[in-house]
Structure formats: C-alpha cells, structure tokens
Design a protein around this ligand. Structure first.
Ligand code: PSU
Ligand code: MN
Length: 302
C-alpha cells in the first residue's frame, strides 16, 4: 500500500471480506453544495452504497495522508469548514506534503482510488470543457484523468455550465468510453437528456461491468464514464435551468471568475438562483448514482 494512504477500518474490513469498495469524492461536499445539506447528502449516499452491497469510501486529504474512508466527524468537518483546498491533480502533492486539508475532485479521487485498488467511484457530475474554451483553454483535469487512470465513474453526465459537445469530443479523442445507462443520449445533470447521442448505451449493468472488465483486460488504460440520468420525477425543466445557467455563466464572466473557482462559483449561483431547487435535484441524482454504482461494482465482482 502506498505510504500516503490511510484506510478506514470499514474499508479495511471490506477489502478483507472481498466486498466491493465504491469511492466518493469530497469536493462535492466542500465546494459543490451548501452546509448542512452537503453533510446529510454525504451520509445518505454512503448508506445507500452499504444497502446495495458495497462499502463506501469517501476520499479526502488530512494531515499528510490521502484518507480512503472518512469518519462521521470528518464528513462534518469537510462539509462545514471554510477554506478547505479544492485539490485536483496539479495540487495533490503540495497539499499532502504541507499536511493541509484537501477536498478531492473527480481527478484526484480517481488517482486515490487507483492507488488503493478501488475500481468504482460515484459522484454527481464531471468536470469538462468549459464554454469559451476557444479563448480561455479551460478544460477540467478530470478529462485527462479518464485517459490514464483505471477507474469507472458513475455520474449524471455533466452540467450545461460546460460545453457538452466539446466535452464529448475531448473524451473521444482521449479514447474514453462513455456508456449511457438506460439512455441513448448524454444526460445533462439536472435534465435527463442533452440531445447528444452516445455511441454506447446499455440497460444491463452486467453488460456494462463486462465491458469495463474487457477494456482493462485488453490493456486499454484509463477510466470509463457511466452516465446515469437523474430520475424523471426529480429532473428540472431544460428551458428553466438553461436560462439560469446562462445567467450564472454571464455573471461569472462579468466578475472575472476563472480557474478552479469557476465551477464552485457557478454551482453556488445556480443554487441561489433556483431557490434551492437545483440542490434538491443534485442530491437526488447523486443518490441514484450511488445505488447504480454499488450495483455495478457488485456485478463486476460477481
Ligand atoms: N460538477 C458538479 N459538482 C461538483 C463538481 C463538478 O456538479 O462538485 C466538482 C467535481 O469535484 C469536479 C470538479 O471534479 O468540480 C471540477 O472542477 P474543475 O472544473 O475546476 O476541474
Ligand atoms: Mn478549469
């Protein structure tokens, strides 16, 4: 085991018993949702993973270690504290070396999961190619992580705060399979359908598990995106949310928000502008991903 990893007792016991482990990120807690809903979400998502036959491992950086499995107090701390660093690939070594608190993004959660031998990871949405990439060159490090790190990520697609067609093109260039679960099109986070067709779609988790296994057995390095749409009853109206997203993007531009701050800024604005409706949708889609992600991990190992 890598000397920078620290596994929780629950994760150690799970590994010893051969129960599949499902990783969870901490940036969604520290920078993606307001307190206290973020902590409640994190606890409920862990519980859903347990109920579906896997062991949850929320990942974050504490005191010079990458923790694989947070305690209840740590979940509370990551949800309620201000000033926790958002840690992507570029930031990881420095935050660990300086023993600061760090919340892991999709990219760093994948890195940590691979170091710990975990193959499945559940979250809400991926980072992607930002709108205006032609000028700002803002492409989330999440996407290149999928090109090199062997972890399958269950998510609800990506938000239309991003340039979704460009995001799919980028993933294709990097050779990353994007598999729609019970959908032929890429889900757009709050909405079930972005209108962008996916080359791979399946209604069968065992088939998706077999595809992932075959990819890695062929020596094809890198991750897999499993795109799982938000349940119908919680989906937001596309016109309504797209209008709000456009306003949030415009406000970010006017305020000159750039770099790692842009995604948290937009997420916060959208919660504010929807009066919390987007938060409710966000929580429901993560829970749905937790159920599917745990079932997929169980299928993979059965
Ligand atoms: N999208 C969401 N919620 C989130 C994030 C993205 O709907 O919390 C977070 C994830 O941690 C993701 C990160 O990895 O934002 C991407 O940030 P950036 O665009 O700066 O790479
Ligand atoms: Mn960026």
């Amino acid at each position: 085991m890598n000397k920078y990893l620290a596994l929780s007792q629950e994760v150690k016991d799970g590994i010893a018993k051969g129960v599949p482990i499902v990783a969870l990120e901490s940036t969604i807690i520290s920078h993606g949702m307001p307190y206290p809903q973020n902590v409640k979400m994190a606890r409920e998502v862990e519980q859903i993973i347990r109920e579906n036959g896997a062991v949850p491992a929320t990942i974050a950086i504490v005191d010079g270690k990458i923790k694989i499995g947070l305690s209840d107090d740590e979940l509370e701390m990551f949800g309620s504290s201000k000033g926790i660093a958002k840690v992507s690939r570029r930031d990881l070594a420095e935050i660990v070396a300086s023993k600061r608190l760090g919340a892991t993004t999709v990219a760093t959660t994948m890195i940590a999961a691979e170091l710990a031998g975990i193959k499945f990871f559940v979250t809400g949405g991926l980072g992607g190619v930002h709108r205006g990439w032609e000028h700002n060159l803002d492409i989330s490090a999440d996407l290149d992580e999928f090109a090199q790190t062997n972890v399958a990520v269950v998510c609800a697609g990506a938000k239309s705060i991003l340039d979704l067609p460009a995001t799919l093109e980028y993933l294709e260039t990097k050779g990353v399979p994007v598999i729609g679960y019970k959908t032929k099109n890429l889900p757009a986070f709050f909405c079930r359908d972005s209108g962008l067709p996916l080359p791979i779609s399946s209604d069968d988790l065992q088939h998706i598990a077999d595809t992932i296994k075959t990819k890695w057995e062929l020596g094809l390095k890198g991750g897999v995106v499993v795109a799982n749409p938000i349940p119908e009853e919680y989906a937001l109206d596309p016109k309504y949310i797209d209008n709000i997203i456009a306003n949030a993007v415009q406000e970010a531009e006017e305020k000159g928000v750039v770099g790692k701050n842009i995604t948290p800024f937009l997420l916060g604005k959208i919660v504010e502008m929807t009066g919390g409706k987007s938060l409710e949708a966000n929580i429901h889609l993560v829970k749905n991903n937790a159920k599917v992600g745990a079932q997929l991990a169980v299928s993979y190992f059965s």
